[in-house]
Structure formats: C-alpha cells, structure tokens
Design a protein around this ligand. Sequence first.
Ligand code: GDP
Length: 442
Amino acid sequence: MFENLSDKLNSVFKKLKGQGTLTEKNIDDGLKEVRFALLEADVHYRIVKQFIADIRERAVGADVLESLTPGQQVIKIVYEELTRLMGETRQDLNLTGQAPVSVMLVGLQGSGKTTTAAKLAVYLKKQGRKPFLVPADVYRPAAIDQLKKLGSQVQVPVFASDPGMNPVDICRQARVAAQQQGCNTLLLDTAGRLHIDEALMEELVGIKQAVSPSDILLVADAMTGQDAVNIAQSFNERLDIGGVILSKMDGDARGGAALSIKAVTGRPIKFVGVGEKTNALEAFHPDRMASSILGMGDVLSFIEKAQSVVDEKKAADLERKLRKNEFTLEDFRDQMTQIRKMGSIGDLMKMIPGMGKVKQMKDMEVDDGQLSRIEAIINSMTAEERRRHAIINGSRRKRIAKGSGTSVQEVNRLLKDYTQVMKMVKKINKGGMRGLGRGMMP
Ligand code: GDP
C-alpha cells in the first residue's frame, strides 16, 4: 500500500533537499507535485486542497527550525500534517459500559465484515477479554456457517443463531447467552447488502437501539477508494459510528481511503485488515502510517509485532543486532520460526526502516514446508558455522545438506538469501536510514 505515493513524495523531497535555500517558488513547485501525488492516490480533492494550503502556510511561514535544512523542514511539516489528517492519535475500541458490552460491525457485503469479526475476536482474546461472536446476518445463510467455522478456528464461542430468527432478537438473546458462558464482549456480525438501502439501515438502527453497543465499526474495503469514504459517510449519518476498519490494505489500494476517511467523516480508522488470515489485523496509528508513507519504515510496529510473539528482551536484542550487523544464521532461524506466527518475511521486512523500499523483499513469501527445511539446514550447522557463515565451504555444505535431509542447492540458496538480507541491513545501517528520511524527524 502507498508505494506509488511514497515513491512520488520521495522524489519531491529529494529535489527539495538538494536546494540550499527554499524560495516560495520552489516550495510551490514541490507542493504542486505533492498535490498530484495525493490526487493520484485517490485522496478526496477537497482534502488535498486544504492539506496543501496548510503545508504551504507553515512552510513559507515562520514555522521553521534552525537545526533542519529547508528540505528537511518540508518533510517534517508534511509528516506532521499527514499524521493530523489521519486523526493524530491512535483510537482503540470503545468497550466502556456495563458488561457484557457489544461491538457492532456494519458494512456492505463482501467488505470483510465476517472475517474482521473473527480477527477482532483474536485481538480481544490477546487483550485478556472474553469475546463472543454473534452471526446476525439471516439473509445470507452461508454467513452464519462462515462465522461458526471461523469461531471454532480461533476458539471463540459463537451464538447459535437460527436463520429463522429476527436479527434484533438474535442480538438480545446472544447477550444472555454470552453472560451464561462468562463472555464479556459481543461481536455482532450484522447483515450486509451490495448497496446501501433503507431496509438495511432500518434494521441496523433497530439493533443499535435494542443493544446500545459501546462501539459501532464500519468495515470498508480499502480497494474501493473514495467509495469507501462515501459509504463511511452514509453509515455514519444513520448510525453515528465510532470508527472504521479498513480491510484489504494488503491489496493494491492506493491509500486514498486511509487518508480521507477521518477528514471527511470525522470518524477515526481504528484498525486495518492486511490479509485473509485471522491474525491479519493491525491497530491503526496515524503517526506510524505517516512515517511509513514517507518511507521511514515502521520500527515501532515492527517491534510491537515482534513483541506479541517473542518477549520484549528478544525483540530489543534483534533490533540491536540488526543495527550492529550482528544478525547471525541462528538469529535468522529464530526469526524464521517467529515469522510463521507473523505472516510473510515481506511483512516483517517492510517494517524495518528502508526495507519497504527494497522491491525484492516484497515477493519473499515462505511457506511452512520451506520454513521447516530452512530450520533443518541451520540446525545441521555447527555453532561456529552459524556465527560465521563465511567458513561454510563446499564440503561443509555437503555435510549440512546430508544432515538436514536437503540438497546442496537448498543450502546454497539459504546462504544466498541470508547474505542478501545482511547486505541490505548493512547498507541501511550505513547511513541509508538517514538518506531515507529517518533521523530527520524530531
Ligand atoms: P462480508 O461479506 O463483509 O462478511 O465479507 P467476508 O468477511 O466474507 O470477506 C469477503 C472476502 O474478503 C473474503 O474472501 C475474505 O477472505 C476477504 N478479506 C477480508 N478481509 C481481508 C483483508 O484484510 N485482506 C484480504 N486480502 N482479504 C480480505
């Protein structure tokens, strides 16, 4: 996501950085390109207009810091304005109220509502809450089965909705059932339609009145760009939603929805969906999103993600090792094991500053079978080999292949992948990071 926009913005910044002093003229030239880049990313034109005007005022005005070069000033201002545009601070689920509380998920058919309900259940479980999934879409019979299946997959109880029941009754009865089963957070998966229609809205308003949910979240498909923004506005007018979950941000969405929703609707994005799996949900942080758009990587998310599976110390160790180029084959193996729980290597790498720019990384998907072979290969190495991969010569490679039940080619490939990663980490540590924008920020 945002790759095009990132590339464009970076080329503008590069030009600006090359200039010793900034005149109004070259600020305007730069902003013109920023404007094009945002429009091309499908950001709402009114928002773009205001955004550019705000940046211009600050860039030409007195809002400058002695310690930064003029080009850096502009990047800093764009970063701050992007963060502000997306809502400034992280907004989490609202779960206040008397337990059990309800979170209502609404959205058009196919937006990813049912999948997101399961993802939220996983998220809530991690927070120590006891979620209860409620299928309240009685029109699409498969929807109830789909949620039941997802529920058993993530080991969260699902209310036994009957398609013959009315959705308001389902939600009311589910509340009682949740209480009986010791659950404190209901996730209501409501019906969707292909288009917004009055009957649907009335049904949703009815559920809202009956259960007084503590939060109402619209699930919208990021790939639909400005349509997602319009849909959010329509739902908000009728239901006064608490926030938005933008699904399918892993696709080639241009970013317009993520950048416009808060400004147009006044409602924050709370999460983004980044895949079909039940763990592919990320908390939305405006500041981190802004830094990732500007190609500064997302160290914070990286560490946070790592921490949810490894412990704190390990994550800090990994950070330090990467920075000091001390990342050994042993660490590589440990990471591979963690990656199984996190998604693809590409996901992980994108979060290291600068890595997002490395095109090859995006395609590095590794399946479980491959991961086991990689682990087996590294396990067959001696401790010394794992620390100093350079000593692994031809005969050692043969021995390792034999010991791990793999082939010499596979051992070669692994060593090549590893040295490639190391080369990039080194490059980035050697000032690449500053070149890519990090370190300029306060
Ligand atoms: P619903 O009709 O709103 O309940 O939508 P579903 O939950 O059935 O999702 C529709 C399709 O979108 C399914 O194939 C999901 O796997 C897929 N989907 C949902 N969220 C995401 C996401 O964040 N990324 C990707 N790539 N696919 C998603």
